[in-house]
Structure formats: structure tokens, C-alpha cells
Design a protein around this ligand. Structure first.
Ligand SMILES: [Zn+2]
Length: 245
């Protein structure tokens, strides 16, 4: 039986409304969810090294670009960990602070983490041995990789830096006077990136990792560690950022 043409006249506006609604939903969802397999960076390392210490971007804005990453805070005060969408600051005295959405971030590298590969760590391994494991599973030297290492650590050695008082003075001395922390038998997560060597100046080449303990009481910029049991997840950030990101 043929459909009555009047039915079509009545249903077309409904169809258009439905299509428009679906289109808007897709548009809203594509705007709200950060792009996968891309990396977002606020500022560049050299700007920070020449005195650009003050954050322009808030933690709230940063989280719109990813749920995972590392960085620092206003006047280079402390180390930043962004994990599961929450921003933490490891202060120079070792205390951990959960950041407010309005707190500023001068330098950060973030992504929407989803592991492409997971490597189980079954035997005691130090930083250098874990690097070998990661390098085997991150073979492209020109790619950016996000690295997440979760497990039990026999020991971990980190540092954090106090905020600079002179906001316009160069931070070339940032490496000095940075308190170091040594933790033993601690569980937690290492968050960071393996970047190509030619990003030097714009970012930290090779490995740059920060640690946050499971109980959110300890952490810092990773100097060395020994992991006894855990896993290493690797996310290749191999897509170009969408326009406007
Ligand atoms: Zn760091």
C-alpha cells in the first residue's frame, strides 16, 4: 500500500528536527570530550626558563584538554600531576594539595589518556630497566607517547621546587635548591611523557615523569625508582590536533 503523501508533509519537519537534534548532540559531545591521541601544551619550556612563570590558563580550562598530564604552577611552585581528571600539586615541602578550578597553570602537557599497550612488570625493575621496556613498546622516535606506570615501588626518589619570588627573573637556577624526597615501600602512579629529542626548548625531551602515591600524600618529579610489581601503560599520541584545539 502506498503511503499517503500528506504523511510525508507532516513527518519531514519532524525528521529535520530530529536530525538537527542529533547534529547538535554530536557537536556538543565533540566539543566537551577532549580529542584522543593528541597532546595539548600550555606555553613552552623556554618561555618558563626566561621568566614566563605566571599561568594564563586555569586548572578548570586545562582539564577540558585532557584527564592526564604533568606541569607546574604559578611562579613554578611545585610539580603538577593531572590524574583521572584531578589536578594535584606536590609542594616544595612535599605536601600534596588538590587544586581549585581557578588556580593558574603556566606550563603543562596533557592528553586524554587511553592505553594502546599495557606491559606487565613482573620482576623488580629500576628506572633504566623500565625505560628499556617502554622503548621496546614505543618504537617511533618522532612520536609523543603518554606513559602511566602503576604499581608497588620498593623505593622512589623525587624532587619539587619552591615558587620563584621574582616572577620576571630567569629560572635557570631552578635545578638548585629543590627539595628531594625519598620514599620506601609505597604504591602509586607515575604520570608523564616520552617525547622526541627535537622538542628541546619547547618541552622536556625524552622522559619526563611525575609521581603521586595511591593515598595522595607523596609525590614529585621522578629522579629514580625501583618498582617490584605493576604495569606500564603506553598511549601513542599519533593524531594531529583538531583545528582550534
Ligand atoms: Zn617535572
Amino acid at each position: 500500500m502506498l503511503a499517503n503523501p500528506d504523511d510525508f508533509e507532516e513527518s519531514e519537519p519532524m525528521k529535520r528536527t530530529l536530525l538537527l537534534a542529533i547534529g547538535l548532540c554530536l557537536l556538543v559531545s565533540s566539543c566537551a570530550i577532549p580529542a584522543r591521541d593528541t597532546v595539548f601544551q600550555t606555553s613552552i619550556m623556554n618561555a618558563s626558563a626566561t621568566g614566563g612563570h605566571n599561568g594564563e590558563m586555569t586548572c578548570h580550562e586545562l582539564r577540558r584538554h585532557g584527564n592526564f598530564g604533568i606541569g607546574t604552577f604559578d611562579h613554578l611552585g611545585g610539580e603538577m600531576v593531572l590524574l583521572k581528571g584531578k589536578v594535584y600539586q606536590i609542594e616544595a615541602d612535599g605536601r600534596i594539595r588538590r587544586m581549585n578550578p581557578s588556580d593558574k597553570v603556566p606550563l603543562a602537557t596533557v592528553c586524554q589518556f587511553k592505553a594502546d599497550r599495557t606491559v606487565v612488570i613482573r620482576r623488580r625493575s629500576d628506572y633504566e630497566e623500565v625505560k628499556i621496556l617502554v622503548n621496546e613498546n614505543a618504537p617511533h622516535k618522532n612520536l609523543f607517547y603518554a606513559i602511566k606506570i602503576t604499581g608497588q615501588f620498593k623505593s622512589i626518589h623525587t624532587r619539587s621546587g619552591p615558587a620563584r619570588e621574582e616572577t620576571n627573573s630567569p629560572s635557570s637556577k631552578a635545578g638548585s635548591n629543590q627539595p628531594e624526597f625519598r620514599m620506601n615501600r609505597v604504591s602509586g602512579t607515575i604520570v608523564g611523557f616520552l617525547l622526541p629529542s627535537d622538542v628541546k626548548g619547547a618541552n622536556e625531551p625524552e622522559y619526563h615523569l611525575h609521581f603521586l602515591s595511591s593515598d595522595r600524600t607523596q609525590g614529585g618529579h621522578v629522579l629514580s625508582f625501583e618498582i617490584t610489581d605493576g604495569k606500564c601503560e603506553i598511549d601513542a599520541l599519533d593524531r594531529e590536533s583538531p583545528e582550534g584545539e
